[in-house]
Design a protein around this ligand. Sequence first.
Ligand SMILES: Nc1nc2c(ncn2[C@@H]2O[C@H](COP(=O)(O)OP(=O)(O)OP(=O)(O)O)[C@@H](O)[C@H]2O)c(=O)[nH]1
Ligand SMILES: [Mg+2]
Length: 383
Amino acid sequence: MKIQTLALLVGVDLGLPNFDTDLLELGLLAQTAGLEPVARITCKRRAPDAALFVGSGKADEIKMLALETGATEVLFDQSLSPAQQRNLERHLEMPVNDRTLLILEIFAQRARSHEGKLQVELARLQYVSTRLVRRWSHLERQTGGAGVRGGPGEKQIELDKRMIGEAIKRTKERLTKVKKQRQTQRKQRERRNSFSVSLVGYTNAGKSTLFNALVKAQSYTADQLFATLDTTTRQLYLGEAGRFASLSDTVGFIRDLPHGLIDAFAATLKEAVDADLLLHVVDASNPEYLEQIEQVQRVLFEIGAADVPQILVFNKLDAIEKSNHPLHLQDKFDLRDAFEGASRSVERVFVSAKSGENLNLLRESLAVQGSRAEPGNSPQTPQ
Ligand SMILES: Nc1nc2c(ncn2[C@@H]2O[C@H](COP(=O)(O)OP(=O)(O)OP(=O)(O)O)[C@@H](O)[C@H]2O)c(=O)[nH]1
Ligand SMILES: [Mg+2]
């Protein structure tokens, strides 16, 4: 039987927007990474303490709470500097990690394709190069050391910066090679000339569930964050438009994605959103849905995909109380209401990917967009 590490969650309110009072997302990230959250503690500070991030009184309180609840690891919702993390570990006498590391860890566990694994490995090496490698050892034990990380963590303590630097260089070279191969494959795909649609959205919004419902494929879905990392593409017939669309399921977005991962996944994401149409899936039952739309729009903006035609799919209609159901299941949504950098309104459709409710409405919209995109360009038309 696998013994789960019990984790104590800590949130420090520095007066920044998006402070998660209940540490719900951190808890879900912890669970996804295989840890069990047993207690939560939050505090307010004007600025982080240079040495411990929190004050020493608070640090003592955290230690007490860990002892009381049996927690053997502490997780911070905010990013810790290497020095703060080290000092905290010394003070609390247990591993201390942050949100960034959790996300890296989940990506490492989830990556399946060769390219995905290399990308995560690169992000991990870059993260590790600024810190003691020791922090990885407990996670390695927990996941049985399998997967991308390879060798045992303890030995890696001896890895000096130069060796990590060399590993970074090698990984980059391998990535370049894999990318070249993929580009060739992609060119072949492009020749098929289908209308390309990509699902994007905050992690856990229901992209894979919708993907499956639309193409009746089996894409991995789970009530976990980042269940999907690799892009999957399937053909979808748009009856009314008389043509095929290629539908791609992609990695989910999240606030404060670690920088290494943004760089690592930017290329994959950019390719995924290099589509004729984006289906931006939103968990409409989540109280934070507006912020989640903002995060997604921001990333799309940053990777230059702000102007790609978009349909907002407000998913999980079945999970919204009947009294809160919208009057119209199809309307316009002004993206500026969620993200100030946006500049347009887009079509919005309410659906339930789970029950299938209103998926016909979405299919109709897809067909309309599909026939609009390249008039007269049916799949039979040779290029
Ligand atoms: N109630 C309800 N739950 C849904 C619906 N669609 C998806 N879910 C649930 O939401 C959770 C996440 O669904 P996924 O399809 O894995 O979400 P995703 O956006 O692909 O997530 P990542 O791949 O992790 O980014 C799962 O537990 C689904 O069963 C829906 O229409 N209604
Ligand atoms: Mg998914």
